[in-house]
Ligand binder design. Sequence first.
Ligand code: HPA
Length: 237
Amino acid sequence: MSIPTPHIETKDKHMIAETVLMPGDPLRAKFIAENFLENVTQINSVRNMLGYTGTYKGREITVMGSGMGMASIGIYSYELFAFYDVKKIIRIGSCGAYSKDLNLYDVLLVDDCWSESSYAKVQSGYDKDVVEATVALNDQVVKVAKELEIPIHRGRIHSSDVFYRQDFDSFKNIRDEHGCIAVEMESFALFANAKILNKEATCLLTVSDSLVSGELTTSDERQNAFTKMMTIALELA
Ligand code: HPA
């Protein structure tokens, strides 16, 4: 396939940086571009999946929304990796805590994710239910977080296809059987695409709610308060 792709309208590959920061919410991509980047150009508005390229401390970086769920991030990350020559995607998202050791606004670096999703099997025949983040990228995240003195948790997460489960408590079986400390809905497809296309991907998450304690943040807080995680990702890029 050539560019532009069905979901990204930029006709010039060079308008998209080698490293892409990918929040779920396109308005968060806009917020990051407006508040953290210089020399910003909008690179996508198809389906309102806003994307921007700009510079951070002189380095070019793209920030673009992924939407929610495997199907959505699967499309955008595939097009960026395969057709726009993107090398690294750093997802910056939110997660629900499965562990009582995680508090609201804690930052979590994903080592690997377990999923019930058929995404990787259908996409490439990958038949395992765990897929890893890129180790070298995670080593860099740890280094940057240390330099910035931002504490991070690490571990396996559940990358889920379903937000609303009829049996709410079923998360406990997934947590206990697979060792997942939190839940989100995109990493598995992102990491599977990176693996099959020989690219790099990782995921930083901020805890937005807890399935254990029932605490949650509002969507306004979620949009604006994730500065710690964004700073790590921007410094990394
Ligand atoms: N479930 C799934 N994905 C999420 C959650 C959740 O509770 N919180 C943030 N992303």
